[in-house]
Design a protein around this ligand. Structure first.
Ligand code: HEM
Length: 251
């Protein structure tokens, strides 16, 4: 009694041995599988999307210049952009391919980082993060899931026109915008969509610079404020046309 059987004893020794191996010997990682590199991938792909959002929200402000200006801008993007460097209609497809690649990198890097930090949190050697950090991390996960769902809705809505809100298949981009944002529920869906995107940017922007090693003690506060400003700016630029349509200022 109390004496371990040879099998149990061997099992225990084996377990202890394995524990010793995992805690003492650090698994050799290739440079591209280190957490630092994966976070840098997340940072670079995220910054690509911040630039896209700045460009997209600024472009949508052309709604204030009237139908001709907006439809011309939409046509330029889809057909003429960077012609003759790209063939007519070529740039948008290169850009779409880049967006898909960046999205895959961003989501995969986020999933790997999240999995690793969960595993690390289970280990008692890890120092607990402060409440603000875990609140930001939770916000990032919630807004990320919301964003992915709403991006699917958005593409089915405006790009493919599969979901039609008061417009017909032949409507121009300007007419689609006007018809859509005359419906209050569409304005609310876009408030949630843009709100999620901007909250994500407000944290993600400075966090990206931190992952790239460009945030030092003295610049941290500045970067946090700058991120908030960029998130707020994107929110105002995106929501100005829908709200102007909803309140009858344009259309
Ligand atoms: C009020 C907010 C927004 C409005 C009014 C808006 C409007 C539009 C419109 C009209 C198009 C279609 C252009 C066309 O095919 O003619 C479009 C495409 C797109 N938008 Fe937005 N957008 C908004 C916010 C966002 C946000 C927050 C994101 C990302 C998080 C986003 C991502 C995209 C993407 C990925 C496309 C597809 C581009 C393509 O491949 O054709 N949009 N948007």
């Amino acid at each position: 009694m109390g004496v371990p059987s040879p099998t149990r004893g061997a099992g225990t020794a084996d377990t202890v041995g394995r524990m010793a191996t995992t805690s003492v010997v650090t698994k050799k990682r290739h440079a591209w599988t280190t957490t630092v590199f994966i976070k840098q991938l997340m940072a670079v792909s995220g910054l690509f999307f911040v630039l896209f959002l700045l460009f997209h929200s600024y472009g949508n402000l052309k709604m204030f210049l009237g139908q001709e200006a907006y439809d011309h801008y939409a046509e330029w993007l889809k057909v003429d952009a960077f012609y003759p460097i790209f063939p007519k209609g070529g740039f948008i497809w290169v850009f779409r391919a880049a967006m898909i690649l960046m999205l895959i990198i961003h989501v995969a890097a986020a999933a790997i980082t999240w999995k690793r930090s969960r595993r690390a949190r289970r280990s008692r050697y890890v120092v607990k993060k402060n409440a603000a950090d875990s609140y930001a991390a939770r916000t990032m996960r919630v807004t990320a899931v919301l964003l992915l769902l709403l991006i699917i809705f958005h593409i089915l809505h405006f790009t493919t026109g599969t979901i039609r809100t008061g417009f017909i298949a032949d409507s121009t981009p300007y007419e689609r915008m006007i018809a859509s944002f005359q419906e209050p529920w569409v304005v609310i869906v876009y408030l949630v969509f843009v709100g999620a995107a901007c909250l994500h940017v407000a944290h993600g922007f400075w966090s990206a610079f931190q992952s790239l090693g460009w945030v030092r003690g003295g610049t941290r506060q500045f970067m946090v404020v700058l991120s908030g400003i960029i998130g707020g700016l994107i929110f105002v630029m995106f929501m100005a046309p829908p709200l102007a349509i909803a309140f009858g200022i344009i259309g």
